[in-house]
Design a binder for this molecule. Structure first.
Ligand SMILES: [Zn+2]
Length: 507
């Protein structure tokens, strides 16, 4: 009863569809569900969630940061850490090794071997601050540092982070370089594992936002894998321990991300680090952070990751995972790739060559990097089209009774964005205008979540409803425009009238 109430509250707070997601940096929202509670054997970790703000590294506030941002943080880490530059990337950026504890069980954590996957790096810096503190969690710290030797390689791929790209400067995916070891970053990871002879390995990544956890309308906000170490996918003690720990972790993290946990297929990938490190005798756990409604900068996921990693380290220290059945691992639903879209308009009518058709139209919003990869704007495109009944959406629009028609470009060309304020925006949208030409375009990060598409004077708009186009749509009942889709964002002209006004005035 209690749990279902908590889940209900969570779902209301987190999953409520919203078309008011700000898109530009600096005002990205994050949910703060406060009533979530760990129970039973996990209850002792709840205070970590509640006191999280005390440990959150304040200089890292969003996903896109670089090696130069974390080096000063690493250099000023004091006790209980030993910090050393462990190697250099191809472009000569330093990669640091952070060590704490003198325990017999050796744990290696590495993050961001893919440069655009930074959630765990954020969580590691929060954990560094936690381990440096002196407060009511001293018992936990003491236990971790006396039972474990913890070694972390935060941001293994600093050149990729510089570009916010998966691959390193050479263009190699480090996670396919575990055997050939051509890159200094891969060599460093292998060397660190071998020198430490790690008992446990945490392989920390991010996955795309469009995975579902099973065949349900829940995003895979976190996914796990205990990688196979051979083609036969056998389970020895090394891999079995990893499976048990994942089963234990899943029990914890479900409280914060109910139904939002997936599991990767365990097909053996002979070139990948996770698979090989498992083979080399280190119980290896892959954690992938995915998408979640209203958390575009993954700050809520970061907080959950902080709690999860500390609790997992403690479960290793106390051998708590040994009580978990392998079935707890196997019951985690598989990740379903490309199940989600940002917006789906369900069962709208469209016209084509004089005939009428019933279709679903899906949009996904891609990030386009600006400001040397420190920021981005969204560019939406129609990502699927037709019968999309097997797909899910962050925003789902019941389009029955609506006709979807491409929007029009306003007949006058304006000087700059300020002049839009003098127009009656709602009236323009009612008349079917969704694009405005401007001689002087504002910063793109300011116009990606906006009720009009802003175009340069010589640019024409996408006016065909087809895959790959960023077509603006009018959703009409009879002759009346009730809602519009602009850059993959839905604006209801009644319900969102205030939002529309605010966005125009802010421009
Ligand atoms: Zn990755």
């Amino acid at each position: 009863m209690r749990i279902s109430f908590i889940i209900f509250v969570f779902v209301v707070l987190i999953q409520a569809p919203s078309c008011t997601q700000p898109a530009s940096a600096g005002e990205r929202e994050q949910p703060q569900p406060k009533r979530l509670q760990l129970e039973g054997n996990y209850a002792s970790y709840q205070p970590l969630f509640e006191r999280y703000d005390r440990y959150k590294e304040p200089t890292i506030r969003q996903r896109r940061f670089k090696n130069a941002d974390i080096v000063p943080l690493l250099q000023k880490l004091g006790a209980p850490f030993q910090v050393m530059e462990a190697g250099r990337s191809i472009e000569n950026r330093p990669i640091y090794r952070v060590q704490a504890g003198q325990g017999p069980v050796k744990v290696l954590l590495w993050s961001q071997m893919h440069g655009d996957e930074s959630t765990a790096t954020m969580a590691l810096f929060d954990i560094f601050r936690f381990l440096s503190a002196d407060d009511e969690f001293n018992d936990l710290r003491q236990r971790l540092l006396s039972e474990l030797t913890i070694v972390a390689l935060p941001m293994l791929n600093p050149d990729g982070a510089e570009r916010y790209s998966r691959r390193n400067a050479l263009g190699i995916d480090l996670n396919r370089d575990a055997l050939r070891l051509q890159c200094p970053e891969s060599q460093l990871l292998k060397q660190t594992r071998d020198d430490l002879d790690a008992d446990w390995g945490f392989n920390l990544h991010d996955q795309g936002r469009y995975y579902a956890a099973g065949k349900k309308p829940k995003t895979a906000t976190m996914s796990f894998l205990a990688p196979a170490y051979n083609e036969a996918k056998e389970i020895n003690d090394v891999r079995g321990n990893a499976m048990q720990l994942i089963g234990w972790m899943n029990g914890l993290v479900q409280a914060y991300l109910p139904g939002q946990i997936g599991r990767y297929d365990d097909e053996f990938e002979p070139r990948a680090f996770g698979d090989n490190i498992q083979k080399w005798g280190t119980s290896t756990i892959l954690i992938e952070c995915g998408g979640m409604p209203n958390d575009p900068e993954k700050q809520y996921i970061r907080k959950v990751h902080f709690v999860l990693l500390l609790a997992a380290l403690d479960a290793i220290a106390q051998k708590e995972y040994e009580n978990t059945d392998l079935a707890a691992y196997e019951q985690i639903p598989f990740n379903e790739s490309n199940s989600f879209h940002d917006l789906i308009l369900r069962e709208v009518e469209i016209d084509f060559k004089g005939e009428s058709y019933l279709v679903d139209v899906a949009f996904q919003r891609r990030e386009v990097a600006v400001d040397k990869n420190r920021d981005y704007y969204y560019r939406a495109e129609i990502s699927e089209f037709g019968d999309l009944s097997v797909f899910f959406a962050y925003d789902d629009f019941d389009g029955r009774g609506y006709r979807a028609v491409p929007g029009k470009t306003y007949t006058r060309t304006l000087g700059n964005a300020d002049e839009i304020k003098s127009l009656d925006a709602l009236e323009l949208l009612r008349q079917g205008y969704t694009s405005i030409r401007l001689r002087d375009l504002p910063d793109r990060t300011k116009m990606d979540y906006f009720p009009f598409k802003l175009l340069a004077p010589d640019k024409s708009d996408d006016t065909r409803i087809s895959i790959g186009n960023n077509t603006s749509l009018l959703l009409k009942k009879g002759d009346r425009v009730e809602a519009v889709v602009v850059n993959g964002f839905l604006f209801d002209l009644k319900k969102d009238a205030e939002v529309i006004r605010r966005l125009i005035n802010k421009m």
